[in-house]
Design a protein around this ligand. Structure first.
Ligand code: GCV
Length: 692
């Protein structure tokens, strides 16, 4: 009996040991061979660099690698020179990034020649929308890794330190060098002494990995925690309060990064509450941070309930201030003019503000793309955005170039991504959502990387391509791994964003989500008295004539915020990219598409195509089973099933709802709806009630 029990325990232990909970991200340890690392200087960062090399070296056994700090004007910021012999950089972070690049190349079988590698943006940040009670706004991977509820919420534990270090290492390995630790809907409490001491503890862990800590601040802090009667940015006491607060922070954290600010947006306080404007507000904070080298990232995510098209409001509000901000202010602009929709055109502020530093804000967490249930690889969406042609300075004025300092003089350059990280074992909720964290870092480091390259790297690092010596005739051959795993799974990732756009809101439709949670479909949702610009009918404008938001000169004229020839292209349905057609045009149901179909039929085909794509992903994944850890395989398989069911709901909900207006049949060669519209609406109402 005893023997059987021991056997059972051993069996489960073995199972446990094999189980991959995804916590190691793309940094799964590999057996290393000996390497001799030579570095004349010593520091915490350099020690990490050395250790990483020794732990994961896959090159020639016994090789010597030199890490050298040099002077070299061609190396920008934390860039580095890479060669098979070692890494040269002007900063310690540069050495660390070089080490990670060297190891990445070894592990992904890429060649290592002599190369100068410079980052595209100086500051590459994750924005955490983490609340001080430990919840995460739009977070789908558990509670915050930084904040906790309860009485001892500020005590720093050994587990905290370990987790923050793992987080820092993962970020450094992909070039991220800044973390905003709290939600942009910021509690003023974050600037109290008690919270600042925890911020210091976090910053101390991040520092050796080259990562600066930043905080989101509440514009009314001088009133709420400072006891002043105003937060007016031109009031002398307020000015002094912020100066003193900055000094207090820098005494604790000498390399503190700066403030991120959501002001006069969605109910947050701001300078307009005191009759002032964005320039007054941003410059107040910039002046307080300037002596310490800090930055202000002032968000342009502003819109109010008015007759003006929401898509036009940020541009209208910020353009008049171009050239008036201090040089340590960067205006942080979401990629699209509305709000992280599955597809948007780029915000017209990119390239238009020529005398102001502007940075892009991307959303890594999948608020509008299936949370941590849907497999959606976001790199293709960001690639499309970063490479969008703005025409602001003629051909080649891509969005990336309007923010990276290569077109306009910018004292500081930056890019931010809203993090998808939480306390879940696998950090991101979905194993494939880790690829989005990875992709954000990689694209922030090098905007010219293709999605294909990033997916390829991530898959090779994450799923441990078997090394030839690890195999025997019975196991997987590398060629077979490439053909049967890498190729199809990579294709699945690359198709996944377009698939989600198709089953959620194709052809430029946007914001037709169910209320509040932004997960399922809700094109019908428009309760009495609700702000129009928070309801889907405002965005799709479906009626018996047709569908889409007219943003041409005959409508809201949002097209006029784009530079020619874009303005002309977007204005004409014949030249407007079909992917954005209903973003810019209200068109009749029988409008003829380029492939000869009517708009209604095309809409049906697109929705159907999205569904079929997810079913294809399920097949691809099931065939990948023998190449993947059973735990990971099971988790992803389960989520793909859910995604498939959700995709059908999206298709049925949208087509059955729009059909009430179009009065046309769903083409008969397409799968018929599986759900009744009434049931879907009822289900939606139940979820809304639970949410409220
Ligand atoms: C942090 C959208 C989201 C909000 C978010 C806001 C913002 O409205 O739904 O959760 O708030 O954007 O970016 O400030």
């Amino acid at each position: 009996m005893k023997t059987i029990l021991s056997f059972v325990i051993l069996f489960f232990l073995a199972l446990g040991l094999n189980a991959d909970n995804g916590h190691q991200l793309w940094l799964r340890s590999k057996s290393s061979v000996p390497v001799q690392v030579i570095c004349k200087k010593s520091s915490e960062t350099l020690a990490i660099a050395k250790q990483e090399l020794q732990q994961a070296w896959q090159g020639e056994a016994g090789q010597t690698v030199r890490l050298e700090l040099i002077r070299d004007k061609q190396i920008a910021g934390d860039g580095f020179r890479l060669s098979a012999e070692g890494i040269q950089a002007t900063t310690e972070s540069g050495i660390l990034y070089g080490v990670y690049e060297l190891l990445r190349r070894q592990q992904t079988g890429k060649k290592i020649g002599e190369e100068l590698v410079n980052p595209t943006w100086e500051h590459r940040l994750l924005n955490h929308w983490d609340n001080l009670d430990g919840t995460v706004e739009r977070g789908y991977a558990g509670l915050s890794i930084f904040w906790r509820a309860g009485n001892d919420s500020l005590a720093v534990t050994e587990e905290d330190l370990k987790l923050w270090e793992e987080y820092a290492r993962a970020n450094a390995s992909i070039g991220i060098n800044g973390s905003v630790l709290n939600n942009v809907n910021a509690s003023p409490k974050i600037l109290s002494a008690a919270y600042l001491s925890r911020v210091k503890a976090i910053a101390d862990v991040l520092r050796p990995y080259g990562i600066k800590a930043y905080l989101s601040i509440n514009f009314a802090s001088s009133m709420v925690i400072g006891g002043l009667s105003t937060a007016d940015p031109l009031n002398a006491e307020v000015v002094d309060w912020w100066k003193a607060k900055a000094k207090e922070i820098y005494t604790l954290i000498p390399d503190f990064g700066g403030f991120l600010v959501k002001a006069n947006s969605e109910g947050q306080p701001g300078p307009q509450d005191f009759g002032r404007n964005h320039v007054d507000g941003a410059n107040l904070l910039a002046d307080a941070l300037k002596p310490h080298g800090g930055l202000v990232m002032w968000r342009a995510f502003v819109y109010n309930p008015s007759d003006e098209d929401r898509a036009k409001q940020a541009y209208n509000e910020f353009m008049p201030f171009d050239g008036q901000f201090r040089d340590n202010v960067i205006i942080q602009v979401k990629n699209g003019p509305i709000d992280f929709q599955p597809r948007e055109p780029f915000s017209p502020l990119f390239g238009a503000m020529k005398q102001t530093s502007v940075m892009a804000e991307l959303q890594v967490t999948q608020e509008y793309l299936g949370h941590s249930v849907h497999l959606v690889f976001l790199a293709p969406m960001w690639e499309e955005f970063l490479h969008s042609e703005t025409w602001q300075e003629g051909e080649g004025s891509t969005v990336a170039r309007t923010t990276d300092g290569s077109l306009f003089e910018q004292k500081h350059t930056a890019i931010a991504g809203v993090a998808n990280i939480g306390l879940d074992d696998n950090w991101c909720g979905h194993d494939f959502a880790q690829a989005n964290w990875y992709a954000f870092g990689r694209q922030a480091w090098d905007s010219s990387l293709s999605s294909e390259q990033i997916a390829d790297e991530w898959l090779k690092l994450t799923f441990n391509q078997p090394a030839p010596e690890e195999m025997d005739a019975e196991t997987v051959l590398p060629m077979e791994w490439d053909l049967n795993f890498l190729k199809p799974v990579k294709q699945m990732m690359l198709n996944s964003h377009e698939a989600a756009v198709d089953y959620m809101m194709p052809l430029g439709l946007h914001h037709i989500f169910a209320a509040h949670h932004h997960y399922g479909p809700g094109p019908w949702w428009a309760p009495k008295g609700m702000r129009k610009d928070w309801t889907p009918p405002y965005y799709h404008q479906a009626d018996t004539e047709g569908i889409g938001f007219d943003r041409t000169a005959s409508g809201s004229d949002a097209v006029s915020q784009y530079h020619e020839p874009l303005k002309a292209h977007f204005s004409n349905p014949e030249t407007c990219p079909e992917a954005l057609l209903l973003w810019f045009h209200h068109l009749p149901w029988d409008y003829q598409m380029k492939n000869g179909r009517t708009l209604w039929d095309e809409l049906c085909y697109r929705y159907d195509h999205g569904v079929q794509q997810v079913r294809q992903f399920q097949k691809i994944w099931d065939q990948a089973e023998r190449y993947v850890d059973p735990e990971i395989f099971g988790r992803v398989q389960h989520k793909l099933r859910e995604q498939s069911l959700n995709a059908v709901e999206w298709k049925d909900a949208c087509l059955l709802y729009f059909q009430q207006f179009s009065q046309r049949a769903i083409p008969y060669d397409l799968e018929r709806p599986l759900n009744n519209l009434d049931d879907l609406i009822e289900k939606d109402e139940r979820t809304i009630r639970a949410y409220e």
